[in-house]
Design a protein around this ligand. Structure first.
Ligand code: 5GP
Length: 120
């Protein structure tokens, strides 16, 4: 399991367009792009362009409340654009035990198939 070292992540290179990604939505503060290893027909990652200490949700502070709201709202926009508004899931993996592998906060937007509950 990966640990939070605070080092830059591959998402910085995606934000900087140094490595390609399939962008679904972008504004000044938020980028959404398709996961390279999709776990559902629709699997989009929604990330802040400025990590600002948000390696994971567990590092959130009061100064992050606005961007946290934007990320959740963009998840809805992504679901709408992808045609899955009637059924989708938003996931944040937190820390090693939560199966987080990239330490730049990201929301997974998943859908396009019947989801299962409880998750594994
Ligand atoms: P986590 O396990 O940290 O919640 O999710 C990290 C996600 O980032 C994984 O679903 C993984 O497939 C995705 N990912 C890792 N590297 C890349 C990459 O270079 N490009 C894209 N599009 N997704 C990536």
């Amino acid at each position: 399991a990966a640990a939070d070292t605070g080092a830059p992540t591959i998402f910085d290179k995606i934000i900087a367009k140094e490595i390609p990604s399939d962008t679904v939505y972008e504004d000044d503060n938020v980028l959404a792009f398709r996961d390279i290893n999709p776990q559902a027909p629709v699997h989009v990652l929604v990330i802040p362009k400025f990590r600002d200490g948000l390696t994971s949700l567990g590092k959130a502070e009061p100064k992050h409340v606005e961007i946290l709201g934007q990320l959740l709202y963009v998840s809805k926009i992504v679901a709408e654009k992808e045609g899955i508004l009637d059924g989708f899931r938003v996931v944040i993996n937190n820390g090693a035990e939560g199966c987080q592998s990239v330490y730049h906060l990201h929301l997974h937007v998943l859908g396009g198939r019947q989801m299962k509950w409880p998750p594994g």
